[in-house]
Structures are given as structure tokens and as C-alpha cells.
Design a protein around this ligand. Structure first.
Ligand code: NAD
Length: 500
């Protein structure tokens, strides 16, 4: 199954560009086995500059290409992504440690859907401006202009999906992109760059640089970058947004969360428990919108815990390419260490009640996987708002159950955080569900479901969880700037200075 992956080099001017000035190499690791998969050559400052220049050279022609023609190129890339779904899913599985059952059904599919959505949107007039008569002799028209060369900086949890969610509206709007994948999961980037080329994207429109925070910092600070679209931790996002502000650059910030799930008193216990499991263990809990604080009415305690314990038996760790596996390892050793330290802290310092799980490996793992970064799906119950595991983003398979007595109390406690990425409610009375949702301080919310994020739906965090949105019609607006033109047809300019 494991095929030798070619080394990765900075990709610009339409191809990988090996160079002697790379400051070094690093390896991506298969998190299920801890074995190396691919060698990456860090982009040097010169290579970063060359990638930006390549994008600058491509911009005049790409931005002048009619939207419908740009859309045709992007649609061809959509077809290639779908044709190669399983090959790309295999790469994502090796890089992230997510089961193939998940990457083959979701990661490439949701990326391709977004590319198709934005191609259709711009072909269908999504970039049209407006025109109105100001007075009989004058009118105003507006145009949506691309920004120029934009940077995309990705997190490691949804590598190709993030690359597509950023590049799709960026390129559809007529911009060019220099993209930096996470240093932990960079393999997809060359596949995507090659697919874009094969689809007919002119060279220089999509480029890739490799490396960790330093490379991201150089890219952000590059004077020719007009916008930075960033996905990652709140702490990094603050640095990136600060650096971008210094150059008065546009930003989109998709950051972390500590999202609440509120189970209402009339909720179906089974449905709510299913939702809580999905919100905590899908992708081994490494989803930004994870619903990690599960607020449950006190009277439901026994039934809810029973349902969780029963359903958690169906979380299956194992060989990532086995169709029955639906739970993978943590994505890297540093991340494993971080999640394990949070679980230990939950047990030892927070003194939370461990309902199930802990820091050991899931039982029954094949011997070839023993060196991987596995932990069990973990549930703490009877948690309180002041516990570290309840306050901080863990980004792993760790659920905290908190009991409440009154719905308004649950809402108040759910909102008592600086983060505001996602939130959800489960309940039978739909009016009450809407009432509660309207009070929750979060940019992405669900009622009686969790996690679905279709291309048509704009998503973005409130408070410290982000700035701006991705996807939906609003997602395209994030990649254009407005030009307003006032046309006077009366034949005279105002005569303020010509008459004394
Ligand atoms: P991270 O902040 O550590 O890294 C994200 C990216 O930023 C990486 O490519 C990294 O190399 C780069 N980077 C690091 N320092 C930088 C700097 N100074 N300047 C520029 N770039 C820099 O985040 P991560 O650990 O890769 O990702 C996990 C986080 O991402 C979680 O907090 C998760 O909630 C968040 N996330 C958010 C969304 C969303 O849509 N809101 C989606 C996925 C992940």
C-alpha cells in the first residue's frame, strides 16, 4: 500500500523547483506507525520570493481572463480531483492518520465541491457589481476587483480541503496564490498544484512553499502579498494577523474553538449522544468545530452516560485502510504529547471523573501500529467550567460532559469563553432550539446535527475564533475589493474653482 513519495520542492512557474539553497529538509510521518513517508525541502527566502514573483507575473493575464473561462479551468480540476479521489485520499490518510473510510468519503469530496461551487458562482455572475442612477445626469457602477497575489497558510487537520477552500475562491476571483501547507501534512500540495496545471491553470497562478512557522512568517511579511488567509491556532493567528496588519493586508482567520453542544431537556437521548460522539470523535477529535463541552440536563445524566458508553463501543481503531476502521491516531508526536498531557491534567489536576478512555492505546491494535500516536476516545463527566480541560482547546478525542439545571444557565456557561467558532443544540421543540441558537455566541451553528459544512454555507468564527468567513457567497467577497465609479453625463464638471 505504501508507495515511495517523491521529495517535495518549492513549486512555482508551473513545476517543482529543486534548489541548492534550501535551508534543510524534514520528513512527514505516518502517524499510525511513526514511519517516515516523504522528504520535504524547506523553501529558502529566495525560493519564497521566486514563488511570489511567479504569482505576480501570472496575475495580469489570469485576472483579465473572463470569469467563465477561469471557471472552465477550475471545473476541469474538479473532474480530476473526483477521478483521483482514492489516490488523494490515500495520501491524506498517510499524512494525517485519518482512516481511509473518512478521507475517501469526505476530505477530497468536500474540497472538490467547494471548487465546483466557486467556479459555478463566478461563471454565473457572482463577481458582477451593481449599477444605479444617482441623478438624471449621473450614475454609479461598482466592480469587484481581485486583490492580487494572496497567501494561503494551512493547518494539518484537513490538508487538501483547506488548500481547496482557500484556493478555490481565490483563483475563481482572479487572484494568484502562494500556498504553504502545514509542515506536518504537506504531501497533498504538490498533487493539487499538478492537478491545477493539468486542468490548464496557467503557470504561476498557484504556487507552493514548504516549511514551518518561519516560512509562513516570511510569506506573510512579503510586501507583494495582498492578503493572508490563515487556518490554525488562535495564538498563531494573532501573530499572523498582527504581521499582516503592519502591511495593511487583507486577512481571513480561521482559528480554534471550544464549542458547546447543548442537549435540551426534551432531546432524544440517543440522537443527542450520537451527536456528541460525532462532535468529539470524528477525525479523532481533530476538527476545529469540535463540540467538546457537552451540556446535559442533570435529570438526563444516567441515560446520557449509558448511551455514550454503549455507542463508544463502535469507535474502531485499527489499520487505516481497513474499511471497518473509523478512528485513527493523533496526527503527530508533538500533538500526541499535547493531548496526552491534557488527559493527564484532567485526571490529576482537574480531578474530573473519567467515564471512559485515558492515555493508553485502544485495545486490539495490530502489532505494526504499536509505535503510532494512538490514544483511546476519552470522556470526562461531571466537569466544571473552571477545569483546564473544559477551558482550553485540546484538539483531540476528549469529551467533557457538564450538567446544568436551567437552559438559560447552560447558554450563559456555553458563552463564557473567548472562543466562538461553533455551537449546537439537540431538542424536539424546534422553536426552543431556534431560541437557544439565537443566543449562542458562535459563527457556525447546528440544530439536531453536527459538523456538516457544505460549500454553500459560509463558515467562520466569532470572538477570538476568527475573522471573516470561508465558503458561500460571502466567501467570494473575501477575495475581492470594491471599486466604485461615478460617471457624470451632464457634460460639465462642478465649477467650484472656475467661477469667482
Ligand atoms: P498552527 O497555528 O500551529 O499552524 C498553522 C499554520 O501556521 C502552519 O502551516 C504553520 O506552519 C503556520 N505558522 C506557524 N507560525 C507561523 C507564523 N508565525 N507565521 C505564519 N505562519 C505560521 O495550527 P495547527 O496546529 O497546524 O492547526 C490546528 C489548529 O487549527 C487548531 O487550533 C484548530 O482549531 C485550527 N483550525 C481551525 C479551522 C477553522 O476553520 N476555524 C480549521 C482547521 C483547523
Amino acid at each position: 500500500m505504501v508507495r515511495r513519495e517523491q521529495d517535495r520542492h518549492t513549486f512555482y512557474a508551473g513545476k517543482p523547483q529543486p534548489s541548492a539553497d534550501s535551508p534543510g529538509t524534514f520528513k512527514t510521518i505516518n502517524p499510525s506507525t511513526a514511519e517516515p513517508v516523504c522528504t520535504i525541502h524547506t523553501s529558502s527566502p529566495r525560493a519564497i520570493d521566486a514563488a511570489v514573483q511567479s504569482a505576480q507575473s501570472a496575475f495580469p493575464s489570469w485576472s483579465a481572463t473572463p470569469p467563465v473561462e477561469r471557471a472552465r479551468v477550475l471545473q476541469r480540476a474538479v473532474a480530476l480531483l473526483r477521478q483521483r479521489n482514492d489516490e488523494l485520499a490515500r495520501v491524506e490518510t498517510l499524512d494525517t492518520g485519518k482512516p481511509f473510510s473518512e478521507t475517501s468519503a469526505v476530505d477530497i469530496v468536500t474540497g472538490a465541491d467547494v471548487l465546483e461551487y466557486f467556479a459555478n458562482l463566478v461563471a454565473g455572475g457572482g463577481l458582477n457589481g451593481e449599477a444605479f442612477r444617482l441623478r438624471p445626469s449621473a450614475m454609479v457602477y461598482t466592480t469587484k476587483e481581485p486583490l492580487g497575489v494572496c497567501a494561503g497558510i494551512g493547518a494539518w487537520n484537513y490538508p487538501i480541503q483547506i488548500a481547496l477552500w482557500k484556493s478555490a475562491p481565490c483563483l475563481a476571483a482572479g487572484n494568484c496564490m502562494v500556498y504553504k501547507p502545514s509542515e506536518y501534512t504537506p504531501m497533498h500540495a504538490q498533487y493539487l498544484a499538478s492537478i491545477y496545471r493539468e486542468a490548464g491553470l496557467p503557470e504561476g497562478v498557484f504556487n507552493v512553499v514548504y516549511g514551518a512557522g518561519e516560512v509562513g512568517g516570511q510569506l506573510t511579511a512579503h510586501p507583494a502579498i495582498a492578503k493572508v488567509s490563515f487556518t490554525g491556532q488562535v495564538s498563531t493567528g494573532k501573530k499572523v494577523a498582527g504581521a499582516a496588519a503592519g502591511g495593511m493586508k487583507y486577512v481571513t482567520m480561521e482559528l480554534g474553538g471550544k464549542s458547546p453542544v447543548i442537549v435540551l431537556p426534551d432531546a432524544d437521548v440517543d440522537q443527542a449522544a450520537d451527536g456528541a460522539l460525532l462532535a468529539n470523535f470524528y477525525s479523532t477529535g481533530q476538527v476545529c468545530t469540535n463540540g467538546t463541552r457537552v451540556f446535559v440536563p442533570r435529570h438526563m445524566k444516567q441515560n446520557f452516560e449509558k448511551a455514550v458508553l454503549s455507542k463508544i463501543q463502535h469507535v474502531r481503531a485499527g489499520d487505516l485502510f481497513d474499511a471497518a476502521t473509523n478512528f485513527g491516531p493523533l496526527s503527530s508526536k508533538p500533538h500526541y504529547d499535547k493531548v496526552v498531557s491534557y488527559v493527564r491534567r484532567g485526571i490529576e489536576q482537574d480531578k474530573a471523573t473519567l467515564l471512559c478512555g485515558g492515555v493508553s492505546q485502544p485495545s486490539g491494535l495490530p502489532s505494526g501500529l504499536k509505535n503510532g500516536y494512538w490514544i483511546e476516545p476519552t470522556v470526562f463527566t461531571d466537569c466544571t467550567d473552571d477545569m483546564t480541560i473544559v477551558k482550553e482547546e485540546i484538539f483531540g478525542p476528549v469529551m467533557s460532559i457538564l450538567y446544568y439545571d436551567a437552559v438559560d444557565e447552560a447558554v450563559r456557561r456555553a458563552n463564557a469563553t473567548e472562543l466562538g467558532l461553533a455551537a449546537g443544540v439537540f431538542g424536539k421543540d424546534i422553536n426552543e432550539c431556534h431560541r437557544v441558537i439565537s443566543q449562542l455566541e458562535a459563527g457556525i451553528t447546528w440544530i439536531n446535527t453536527w459538523g456538516e459544512s457544505p460549500a454553500e454555507m459560509a463558515v467562520g468564527g466569532w470572538k477570538s475564533s476568527g475573522v471573516g468567513v470561508e465558503n458561500g457567497r460571502r466567501g467570494l467577497e473575501a477575495w475581492v475589493r470594491n471599486k466604485s465609479t461615478l460617471v457624470e453625463m451632464g457634460g460639465e464638471v462642478p465649477t467650484v474653482f472656475s467661477k469667482l
